[in-house]
Ligand binder design. Sequence first.
Ligand SMILES: NC(=O)c1ccc[n+]([C@@H]2O[C@H](COP(=O)([O-])OP(=O)(O)OC[C@H]3O[C@@H](n4cnc5c(N)ncnc54)[C@H](OP(=O)(O)O)[C@@H]3O)[C@@H](O)[C@H]2O)c1
Length: 302
Amino acid sequence: MKVLVAGASGALGRPLIRRLRDAGHEVWGLAHRPDSLKTIERLGAHPLKGDALNRDNIFEIVERIRPEVVIDQLTSLPASPFDLPKSLPADCRLRLEGGGNLFEAARTFKVQRYVQQLSGFYLDGEDGLATEASPLRINAPGTIGESARMYTALEKRGSSAQEMEGVGLRYGFFYGPGTWYWPDGAFSRHLFKGEVSLIGKGSSTFSFIHVDDAAQATVAALTAPAGLYNVVDSQPTKMSEWLPAYARWIGSDAPPRFDEQEAFHLLGKESVYFQTRLTGACNRKALQILGLSPQRLAWLGV
Ligand SMILES: NC(=O)c1ccc[n+]([C@@H]2O[C@H](COP(=O)([O-])OP(=O)(O)OC[C@H]3O[C@@H](n4cnc5c(N)ncnc54)[C@H](OP(=O)(O)O)[C@@H]3O)[C@@H](O)[C@H]2O)c1
């Protein structure tokens, strides 16, 4: 198939290009920085220089390439998760406005299928794991609520694809090379500096996904029935379990602990919510339909 990947040089875009090429697809990779275009070419895709925020530019590209599938992996996230509050407005703009240009161009030029990056980590599973029917936590404090409202808007856009088939992939927290959660990643650096603490009972449940497993599921999504899929691993794990294990895995000291009251005053409401209220997600549908076969979390059992 002719596949256009936007965000092709990102943490997921890179393994995705490799897997798309291995599966025999012809791949075009959109990015805007010169170094990223070289990376895309090295990985075996045709590099496309373009700015998603420039509507004319994106329409010209989609009209020229005429892909059968567009995969939207556009993000503008910071090098460190601690900088999210600063960078979230630009990220929202890129995904809503930039992704909106891509979506409209895809519809205009009769792309068959549009695959959208979504979130599997701010879903509301109430007392259990979130399914594909679960909503996002739009009333959560701070950047969690803001992100949830943005992902909700993206889900709504995807379901309005009309004659184009919309596939929404709700990825868990990414880990693996080039992500925050990896030995050389930003989260590890913060842990080493003692800047990450464990709050209260650490009762939030996290669903992670290795970027290479996410890439496998994304390739499978090219031919699977349209709709939403939770692309998360099979080990939803409480913060109180995974955070100390992660610290051991990278060789850092155990994170300091705060009770909820202390953390509320020192770190704010959002940090307390992040560590005590999140629910994981159920991946049954992705296992069955996308053939997802997630690897074990690298740091558990170390
Ligand atoms: N599910 C998750 O947990 C999740 C999801 C996404 C990201 N993250 C984390 O966020 C961090 C950064 O992610 P990342 O490496 O994927 O992000 P990134 O380096 O910001 O890359 C995003 C992609 O979007 C492209 N892009 C950005 N602005 C664009 C524009 N205006 N026009 C066209 N293309 C544009 C980038 O191209 P250029 O390279 O040319 O800038 C790049 O290909 C990582 O640690 C990652 O793990 C986590």
